[in-house]
Write a protein that binds this ligand. Structure first.
Ligand code: ADP
Length: 450
């Protein structure tokens, strides 16, 4: 499963926490408003009932009401009952349940079908065991309606608000982490391009990301230094080995000229000579790679790639004949490109040499060059031993050989194809390989035409 990005993780956590906190606050506020509303109505009704009662005057066994007594005041309706609960004065609201029992000094919420009421009763004793009940009734329907509407509204607004908070949060985190993305891109560019001399650009603000970029730059500096040391060492060793190896070769060649040598001695010297030549090739190639990696400048000049291939083919015809391999070259005229002649010769030499070395006796090698879309397309195709699928990706690595003993026998170093690839890259080209084990191999490459 794909890992969630930091941006998404932070946004989810932050939105989740805000959703819980905001949701709790909203629920508490609604409960509080409801409670405050109810207790305010309770106080209002009880005060109104007490106020209304001042209109009642008691005299021994009877009572009378003031002439201007109103049974409705500011949303509250008043009723007067006798001690048996019989309604004496006032009107009961139509939907109010008439059978609601009288209960002294206890404000209550009464619910009927779809309405809610607040009721407050108070009782007065007079005469000989007589009682008079005063009831105040007010509808709390509008308050309930307000609460219900608020709840519905919040149910719509709340998720929208959370989505909005999440989106704003994501946008802000994205902005804050943009520098991290930039650092990642730059690090990737540097490591892909393998140019460790490049450095990350430092952000303007001297924050944590500034420090991170600085640390990366320090790391690149150390890496560059150690790679440079390693390259220098390879170059120095290869260079130092060239002279002694050249001396061994020339001494062996000199010894072989001696006619008095026995067959056994000649064979032994030839073994030394073969190994010394292999070593000379290896040191030469290592030196070339090390120099290239040190950024050696190459002489890029206009050249005819077709002509260059002709030269290499002619040079290798003799070697191919030893295995009775037939080499053909197909090419159009004027295949001009800009390149380093020595390197391109080396590249074609390596490819055709491999085709001979890993080709079968009486086989064929076809070198086909074409012009296509302003590019030179080249192919070196053999009907040799081929390369199995598992090795195909690895043959470009330095010192990688499918069959070490066969490579050694052919004087191979395992550096040939890695050199081919960097020479092609240096000339803004690409190369790929197609091969079927036992059938043959094709190396297909392309360069820009001049
Ligand atoms: P080497 O010096 O061993 O030839 P290269 O880098 O040139 O090194 O090639 C790497 C390996 O790829 C070789 O050892 C060989 O196994 C394989 N290879 C290269 N070219 C061919 C080819 N034309 N046919 C079959 N195998 C090949």
């Amino acid at each position: 499963m794909r890992q969630m990005t930091i941006k998404k993780k932070i946004t989810l956590w932050y939105t989740g926490i805000i959703a819980v906190v905001l949701g709790t606050i909203l629920v508490l506020v609604l409960l509080f408003v409801d409670k405050v509303g109810i207790s305010a109505t309770e106080e209002e009704v009880s005060a109104a009932v007490t106020g209304f009662s001042s209109n009642i005057n008691f005299q021994d066994d009877s009572f009378y009401l003031e002439g201007d007594t109103e049974f409705y005041d500011d949303g509250i309706m008043f009723c007067i009952y006798d001690k048996n609960g019989r309604l004496l004065y006032g009107t009961i609201p139509t939907q109010f349940p008439k059978e609601t029992i009288l209960k002294s000094n206890t404000p209550r919420v009464i619910t009927s079908t779809n309405r809610k009421w607040m009721v407050y009763d108070t009782v007065y004793s007079y005469g000989d065991n007589e009682e008079l009940w005063v009831r105040g009734i007010t509808s709390i329907h509008s308050m309930e309606l307000f609460m219900q509407t608020s709840e519905k509204l919040l149910l719509i607004v709340y998720p929208l608000l959370i989505v909005l908070i999440g989106a704003i949060g994501y946008f802000m985190i994205k902005r804050a982490l943009k520098q991290v993305d930039l650092i990642c891109d730059e690090v990737e560019n540097i490591s892909n391009g393998k140019d460790l001399s490049k450095r990350l650009s430092l952000p303007k603000a001297k924050d944590e990301l500034y420090e991170l970029s600085e640390k990366f730059n320090e790391m690149f500096e150390r890496l560059e230094f150690s790679f440079e040391k390693e390259r220098q060492f390879t170059a120095d060793v290869s260079h130092e080995l060239r002279t002694p190896v050249a001396v061994i070769i020339s001494q062996c060649e000199y010894l072989l000229e001696n006619e008095k040598l026995s067959a056994e001695e000649t064979e032994e010297i030839e073994v030394i000579l073969k190994q010394a030549r292999r070593m000379s090739k290896l040191t030469g190639e290592m030196l070339m790679i090390a120099r290239n990696e040190q950024g050696e400048q190459h002489l890029m000049e206009k050249l005819d790639f077709g002509l260059l291939c002709e030269l290499v083919t002619e040079e290798l015809q003799a070697k191919a004949r030893e295995k009775n391999i037939h080499i053909t070259l197909q090419k159009p005229d004027d295949l001009f490109m800009k390149g380093d002649q020595t390197l391109l010769l080396r590249m074609m030499m390596n490819l055709i040499n491999n085709a001979i070395n890993y080709g079968k006796s009486d086989g064929h090698i076809d070198i086909i060059l074409k012009k296509e879309n302003n590019r030179i397309i080249g192919e070196v195709k053999d009907d040799g031993i081929g390369i199995s699928k598992e090795h195909l990706d690895k043959i470009w690595e330095r010192f990688y050989r499918v069959d070490k003993s066969r490579s050694r026998e052919n004087g191979g170093t395992g550096l040939g194809l890695s050199m081919v690839r960097w020479i092609i890259n240096l000339h803004q080209g690409t190369i790929r390989v197609e091969s079927i084990e036992g059938i043959g191999t094709s190396f297909i490459f392309q360069f820009p035409l001049l």
